[in-house]
Design a binder for this molecule. Structure first.
Ligand SMILES: [Zn+2]
Length: 123
């Protein structure tokens, strides 16, 4: 899997530029921000104003999906979390089905479910 810098290299080559600016909102706090990415003549990339995430592989057709994080939020947690929907399966009336397809009542019931912790068996 390519890292962020390799993905940026693909973008730089595709657009034939040495500088890209990404405007948007911070993924975590929602604040308006912009990230400036420059490629030096030595091929090294510098990011200014925050951090840019490109979760998908370049040229996968989904590489337009990008997320920004401001410096403050990046300092708190450099990992990009909760950026795509996750299908959760659970048992309902005897079958394993995606929770998103359950009716409202069953989805509400799912939220109150607790995991059972298996302890030491007593005899
Ligand atoms: Zn932020």
């Amino acid at each position: 899997m390519a890292n962020e810098l390799q993905k940026l290299q693909v973008l730089f080559n595709r657009h034939e530029v040495a500088s890209l600016k990404f405007n948007g909102h911070c993924h975590d706090c929602g604040g308006k921000m912009a990230v400036q990415v420059d490629m030096g003549e030595d091929g090294k990339t510098t990011m200014d104003g925050g951090f840019l995430y490109i979760p998908n592989e370049p040229d996968s057709g989904k590489d337009e999906e990008r997320f920004l994080k401001c410096d403050e939020c990046f300092g708190k947690d450099p990992i990009l979390r909760n950026y795509k929907e996750c299908e959760v399966y659970s048992r309902i009336v005897g079958y394993l089905r995606p929770v998103s397809q359950w009716n409202d009542g069953k989805q509400s019931e799912f939220k109150t479910r607790v995991n059972y912790k298996v302890g030491k068996e007593r005899r």
